[in-house]
Write a protein that binds this ligand. Sequence first.
Ligand code: NAP
Length: 250
Amino acid sequence: MNPFDLSGRVAVVTGANTGIGQAIAVALAEAGADVACVGRTPAEDTVERIRALGRHAEIISADLSTIEPVTRVVDETVERLGRLDILVNNAGIIRRADAVDFTEEDWDAVVDTNLKSVFFLCQAAGRHMIANGGGRIINIASMLTFQGGIRVPSYTASKSGIGGLTKLLANEWAKHNINVNAIAPGYIATNNTAALQADEMRNAAILDRIPAARWGDPADLGGAAVFLASDAASYVQGHILAVDGGWLAR
Ligand code: NAP
């Protein structure tokens, strides 16, 4: 008996075409899960990698800047993959500007994608999981779930909101055998952080603060996702698991 085995389970991963979402989708498949790769850019490379592992993978097109697709994502997953056991809310965006200049458009775009759509996708999946005896939800949080950051007000608000939402849903749904937790990545080398990596001074300051002395690789998130999706985490609820090379310990 391997408590990390995900054979026979079906996972939905949003934003699975690149970065952290792609790495998590592949890690869940390596642990045995079939995966619905949800996003606005077709996750062709991810699906290919999952199928090469002998697992089933499907692309589900959805623009999560509004909540319009959330029910369809759940329905299509069940229709095409047979069930839905694990939801990973990974899709997210960031906008950078000084707080004094920050626009309503930059506020709404980030909060709608990173927080509002996450809640309503949790709700759609949660209804299905309650009816089917349980499931796992993993939200992707951030260091800015714990800290303030600078020049990213809507991102900090959305990721701080993810922390609270994760705990609220755990409180309401633990009795339904649904485990709701979050992963807080540290500084991971992806499109999301390309501007920081390219900024020589910010890059040096960030590296100087990370005890592991390197940017994280998206694959560094895989183990945490498999753990939280697996039977090994069946008594873990409302937890925000930092995978940050020690950033928060500093
Ligand atoms: P990324 O490479 O930019 O990936 C973001 C993903 O979200 C992409 O698949 C993107 O799709 C998708 N997405 C964005 N808006 C969407 C929309 N409206 N509808 C559907 N999908 C949408 O960045 P990443 O670093 O892997 O980020 C993944 C998650 O980790 C985000 O929630 C981010 O906030 C979080 N995170 C990242 C870091 C880090 O250091 N990289 C740290 C903490 C938290 P497209 O390719 O089509 O844009």
